[in-house]
Ligand binder design. Structure first.
Ligand SMILES: Nc1ncnc2c1ncn2[C@@H]1O[C@H](COP(=O)(O)OP(=O)(O)O)[C@@H](O)[C@H]1O
Ligand SMILES: CC(=O)OP(=O)(O)O
Ligand SMILES: [Mg+2]
Length: 374
């Protein structure tokens, strides 16, 4: 029995699992959520120490897999963590300020608790390294961009990879033949266009700030918003960074960054919440349309992550009115509350619409074992 302990430090949560890789069975799993909010762990170190204290017998653990969000163009594959790798993850923190520091805290805390086994980093960016240059290039001075690694990288790759592979198994068609769009809608959110199993475009960019409206991140805006706010409102670079990463998105529009709160407020008729949901939906449909064009069609649309897996109403609203594209939802199927992989389009629809719970931890465990036993 080969067990891998997986630590997934998200921007607002720590998810962990002890996984028996051969059977794909989860021996232990849990999460610490709403980190930083009142009544919850103050930070990731506190959260992780709680988790590690409850681990019990660790003798069967062969390796520890860590989700690391930004790997730049240095890491196209899972990598055993050495001091050099740790330093690179640290240096990439500037490009993923909500994530890489949390990932590093996780690595350091776990290494103290589990010192005798290899620790492996599995990067969110790796799956998107297949994107063609036309999709990842920003139209700015080429030499400057190259010197500073300024390009689109994309994130949530472990999730997009896992979910698209599960979707192909679910519809019982070869992954190589499918045009798939995965909507990973969590606290952070991104959409990926996957052609035959390869990421060809994704909504996040140089950092996990670009694209969709998220819990606290703005997603897309005209880059001139930054220079404008600097000039007219006197905001410094750090203040702008904080504004767009930590005080925008649903939080900026409504006062809460948690979709559950926003939806409750909208149900109670709160104008700001209703408007925020409309912006959230508009942005999703913008990318959905774009990716159907980039792919030249779509066979499978998949919802995953916190919002995508759990919220039937938001799924319905995201896809409403797209019947002309063959995208339809069966309301009864959609509203069935379940933790299972499921189809929510009607039988015989041109496009399969699925809900596939993501399992970044299982994917991380598999990749961790693959590099440590290679
Ligand atoms: N039933 C639900 N309805 C709407 N949103 C939900 C529901 N359950 C969870 N969420 C949202 O999912 C988010 C967390 O998603 P998750 O994928 O776990 O995020 P992350 O990995 O970025 O921490 C929460 O911020 C919450 O807004
Ligand atoms: C990259 C990213 O946004 O991750 P998360 O959804 O965990 O915040
Ligand atoms: Mg996540």
């Amino acid at each position: 029995m080969t067990q891998v302990f997986v630590v997934n430090s998200g921007s607002s949560s720590i998810k962990y699992q002890l996984i028996d890789v051969e059977s794909a069975e989860s021996m232990l799993s849990g999460s610490v959520e709403r980190i930083g909010e009142p009544g919850h762990p103050a930070n990731h170190t506190e959260g992780l120490n709680q988790v590690l204290a409850g681990l019990g017998d660790t003798s069967a653990i062969a390796a520890v897999g860590h989700r690391v969000v930004h790997g730049g163009s240095l890491f196209a594959d899972a990598t055993v963590i050495t001091p050099v790798v740790e330093k690179a993850i640290d240096e990439l923190s500037a490009l993923a300020p909500l994530h890489n520091p949390a990932n590093l805290l996780g690595i350091r805390a776990a290494r103290v608790a589990l010192p005798g086994v290899p620790h492996v980093a599995v990067f969110d960016t790796a799956f998107h390294q297949t994107m063609p240059a036309d999709a990842y290039t920003y139209a700015i001075d080429r030499a400057l961009a190259e010197k500073h690694g300024v390009r689109r990288y994309g994130f949530h790759g472990t999730s997009h990879k896992y979910v698209s592979e599960r979707a192909a198994l679910f519809v019982n068609r070869p992954l190589e033949s499918l045009k798939t769009i995965v909507l990973h809608l969590g606290n952070g959110a991104s959409i990926t266009a996957i052609d035959g199993g390869r990421s060809i475009d994704t909504s996040m960019g140089l950092t996990p700030l670009q694209g969709l409206v998220m819990g606290t991140r703005s997603g897309d805006l005209d880059p001139a918003v930054l220079t404008h706010l600097h000039r007219v409102a006197g905001l410094s670079v750090d203040e702008l960074d904080d504004l767009l990463n930590r005080r925008s998105g649903l939080l900026g529009l409504t006062g809460s960054g948690d979709m559950r709160d926003v939806q409750q407020a909208a149900a109670d008729g709160d104008e700001a919440a209703l408007a925020a949901l409309a912006v959230w939906r508009h942005r999703i449909r913008h990318y959905l349309g774009a990716y159907i064009a980039q792919l030249g069609g779509v066979d499978v649309v998949v919802f995953t992550a916190g919002v995508g897996e759990n919220n039937a109403l938001l799924r319905r609203r995201a896809l409403a009115g797209l019947e002309f594209l063959g995208i339809r939802i069966d309301d009864d199927r959609n509203e069935l509350s379940s933790r299972a992989e499921r189809r929510i389009s009607p039988d015989g629809a041109a496009v399969e619409v699925l809900v596939i719970p993501t399992n970044e931890e299982l994917e991380i465990a598999r990749q961790t074992l693959a590099v440590t036993s290679a």
